[in-house]
Design a protein around this ligand. Structure first.
Ligand SMILES: Cc1cc2nc3c(=O)[nH]c(=O)nc-3n(C[C@H](O)[C@H](O)[C@H](O)COP(=O)(O)OP(=O)(O)OC[C@H]3O[C@@H](n4cnc5c(N)ncnc54)[C@H](O)[C@@H]3O)c2cc1C
Length: 212
């Protein structure tokens, strides 16, 4: 954590920076491995002062976990509406248990929205980003599961033919389900969020760390 500096490195250095997309199980590549091989950055590219990199990175992650989810919730609401439409079309919505799960998703999305608005309003609680991440990560995974269940057995069939070794085609519900598997990992896994809440909010004993 100590002695790290956070740099904004200009990316137009073709021979010194290599970007390798990481292909995910959805077939898409939202993020990359990036190799910096003798790349240059200037002193003014240091963010937050020399040696403060960990603090800056943690500030960024708190935004990714917490307040940025306000915009993300617009996407969540559109995905939920699509699942509801599918459930009505296939008849899955006629099952009281399925309806109950849809209503729970709707209610929890409202809770997430009010929590995010509270954070925007300046209520700063050190655990808020981690609580938000735990909530939306699992919420979105459940939505992924519902999106396939609403379709029934047809959900297992792809929209196109698939040849082994070739990229496969997925429809929106299948992409949602597969991508949402990662929601409890990226931005810091659920276990890490629970550690943060335990140690920094509840004041529980710190977990044993390996000495360096
Ligand atoms: C779709 C996706 C997009 C991503 N995008 C980005 C990105 O844009 N930029 C970026 O920098 N990274 C990105 N990541 C990486 C992501 O931040 C890490 O995968 C994540 O923080 C988990 O770290 P790890 O993979 O090293 O797992 P590890 O830290 O090796 O953890 C492995 C397992 O052990 C558990 N674990 C680890 N430490 C503890 C502990 N102390 N206590 C209890 N359990 C523990 C974890 O919860 C997990 O289950 C992305 C990952 C995914 C899947």
């Amino acid at each position: 954590h100590h002695g790290l500096s956070f740099l904004l490195v200009p990316m137009d250095q073709p021979d010194r920076i290599e970007v390798r997309p990481i292909r995910q199980l959805t077939g898409t590549s939202e993020f990359n491995e990036v190799f910096f091989d003798g790349a240059h950055a200037r002193v003014e590219h240091v963010v937050g002062g020399e040696g403060n990199g960990w603090r800056v990175a943690m500030g960024l992650l708190a935004l990714e976990r917490g307040v940025s989810t306000l915009a993300q919730q617009i996407g969540f609401a559109a995905e939920l509406a699509e699942v509801v439409r599918t459930a009505v079309r296939t008849g899955a919505a006629g099952d009281p248990l399925f309806r109950d799960r849809l209503v729970r998703q709707w209610a929890e999305l409202r809770v997430m929205r009010f929590n995010a608005l509270r954070t925007l309003g300046g209520a700063q609680d050190p655990g808020a980003p981690s609580v938000a991440k735990l909530l939306w990560g699992r919420w979105h995974q459940r939505l992924g599961e519902l999106s396939l269940q609403a379709r029934g057995a047809l959900a297992a069939a792809g929209p196109g033919d698939w040849t082994p070794g070739r990229t496969y085609e997925l429809d929106a519900a299948q992409r949602l389900f597969l991508f949402s598997r990662a929601d409890t990992i990226y931005g810091g896994s659920d276990e890490i969020q629970r550690n943060i809440i335990a140690e920094r909010v509840l004041g529980l004993p710190r977990e044993t760390r390996e000495s360096s």
